[in-house]
Design a protein around this ligand. Structure first.
Ligand code: SAM
Length: 227
């Protein structure tokens, strides 16, 4: 687990939701809604883990779609989870490390991860652990900023984002490291195609990707093969 990433999220937790909405110009809400729309029908008995769930907004999008499955929100930042607890979600909140999850294999029908996989020290292991947590036929929904590939997203992440994200971040009194980390971690991360390939190599069968706002964000739905 990365102590530096944990301290950063602990420090920005109080401003996280506002920063998210302002820096994405409100689009993060739309991206979560579009991502959740990719999920197959989940019945009320289905079990869902919102991994790196932070303040619970992915789980909130699930509820807004009318999915009432039992949701566990897991994150290593207690201040982030504390804010999520104030949102009236009927979910269980658990402090955990995504690279050492405290659940038996095949516990969940669906695992969601919104803007969390990019933070993991060992991405391949993170994906394999998610696969192990899923029941056969279970689904893994990722929403993430992947390394830019198109001319537009390269321009966005290399030119526009390094200017306007620090500007908006400073305006909101956020520490320099937090917004620098955001831009750098996106540039260092896998492309969406590489991520989909990694999911397939880790034992997921069907993998579907959805581009949001010309590729600024992507949703990836990976289905664990039935044994
Ligand atoms: C960018 S926030 C995303 C929060 C939420 N999923 C959303 O959609 O807004 C990333 C979250 O991942 C958590 N995180 C990062 N690495 C983690 C790890 N190894 N184990 C558990 N949580 C982690 C952070 O604490 C933070 O709350």
């Amino acid at each position: 687990m990365s102590e530096a990433v944990l301290s950063m999220f602990d420090a920005i937790a109080g401003r996280y939701d506002t920063l998210n909405h302002v820096l994405s110009l409100g689009r993060d809400v739309v991206w979560r809604r579009k991502a959740v729309a990719l999920l197959p029908a989940l019945n009320t008995h289905a079990t869902v883990l919102d991994l790196c769930g932070g303040t619970g907004d992915f789980c909130l999008a699930l509820r807004n779609r009318g999915i009432e499955s039992a949701c566990v929100i897991g994150d290593f930042s207690q201040p982030m989870l504390k804010l999520g607890k104030g949102k009236g979600l009927s979910a269980e909140f658990i402090v955990l490390d995504a690279l050492n999850p405290p659940f038996p294999k095949q516990t969940f029908d669906a695992v969601l991860c919104g803007f969390g996989m990019r933070n993991l020290d060992d991405l391949g292991n993170g994906i394999r652990l998610v696969k192990d947590l899923l029941k056969p036929g279970g689904v893994f929904l990722t929403l993430e900023f992947f390394r830019p590939q198109s001319v537009f997203t390269r321009f966005f992440y290399r030119v526009l984002a390094p200017i306007f994200i620090p500007f908006l971040g400073r305006t909101m009194g956020s520490k320099r490291e937090a917004y620098e980390y955001l831009v750098k971690s996106v540039q260092r991360f896998r492309s969406v195609e590489e991520y989909a390939a990694l999911c397939r190599a880790s034992g997921f069968g069907k993998v579907q990707t959805l581009s949001c706002d010309f590729g600024i964000a992507h949703a990836v739905l990976a289905v664990k093969e039935k044994e």
